[in-house]
Design a binder for this molecule. Structure first.
Ligand code: HXC
Length: 257
């Protein structure tokens, strides 16, 4: 399939999606959304792919929703078609997605990075929710996912002032999992994704589901959910293989079964 706003390729068992609207700093318009959902669906269906990396350019991961597309819309337009509602589907993919962020991740760009399972940032990364400076507020999850990621104090600061956070502050705040030199960014993300893809698929999918449940439910229900998933993995061949390989001091050969 060919894409207008993305470059989509397989790197071994890793699906690599590169946002590609350089003239607009990868601003997210309706074509990007449509194509991102297509690319996700293709990788989700492809048994050879075990994890995905989503990245942008050196200058910008994405500088937000496309302001030129939004500027003429009125309330009836955006409400009637639940404008930006489709982005929720991007976060529904079951395979792990790592965001590799260099440069600007602003507004919808920051929100898209936060829809991924974790963020690896270049030292040049800048995160922000500047919607307030445009007379609106975050509309793709910024007020919710940022608050869960960094807590109320920093989320309020970012959402109310629109200021940017650099990579070091984002790492201190818990928004990103690792910060690396700019020339290491893509390799670091691809290596992490390749490692995930080499592990037993059912356990990887359940691990993602279990961590995400922590944000949705009580501790008691979350612990029960985790335990049931953990127990269910004893029905897989890969549990026997993983534990037998450890005892036999060899690498496991997982079959994703
Ligand atoms: C459309 C954008 C854009 C955007 C940049 N461009 N961001 N186009 N939507 N979000 C375009 C510029 O218009 C310009 O095109 C080109 O990309 C290069 O940008 P410059 O501004 O010339 O670059 P620079 O001076 O380096 O500044 C970089 C920047 C700035 C700080 C990132 O572009 C910026 O502030 N962008 C907007 C950031 C923002 O407010 N994002 C939130 C969007 S709202 P031309 O053709 O003019 O040269 C959002 C809402 C989500 O995401 C949901 C709530 C509604």
């Amino acid at each position: 399939m060919s894409y207008e706003t993305l470059i989509v390729e397989a790197r071994g068992a890793v699906g690599l999606i590169t946002l590609n609207r350089p003239q607009a700093l990868n601003a997210l318009n309706s074509t990007v959304l449509k194509e991102l959902l297509q690319a996700h669906a293709a990788f989700e269906d492809d048994d050879a792919i075990g994890a995905i990396v989503l990245t942008g350019s050196e200058r910008a991961f994405a500088a937000g929703a496309d302001i030129k597309e939004m500027q003429p819309l009125d309330f009836a337009d955006v409400y009637s078609r639940d404008f930006l509602g489709g982005w929720d589907d991007v976060a529904k993919i079951r395979k792990p997605v790592i965001a590799a962020v260099s440069g600007f991740a602003l507004g919808g760009g920051c929100e898209l990075a936060m829809m991924c399972d974790f963020i690896i940032a270049s030292e040049t990364a800048k995160f922000g929710q500047p919607e307030i400076t445009l007379g609106v507020i975050p509309g793709m999850g910024g007020s919710q996912r940022l608050t869960r990621a960094v807590g109320k104090a920093k989320a309020m600061d970012m959402v109310l002032t629109g200021r940017m956070m650099d990579a070091a502050e984002a790492e201190r705040a818990g928004l990103v999992s690792r910060v690396v030199a700019p020339d290491r960014l893509l390799d670091e993300a691809l290596e992490a994704a390749a490692r995930i893809a080499s592990l037993s698929r059912p356990s990887v999918l359940m691990a993602k589901e279990a961590v995400n449940r922590a944000l949705e439910t009580t501790l008691e229900e979350g612990l029960r959910f985790e335990r049931r998933l953990f127990q269910s993995l004893f029905a897989t061949q890969d549990q026997k293989e993983g534990m037998t390989a450890f005892i036999e001091k060899r690498k496991p050969a997982f079959k994703n079964r």
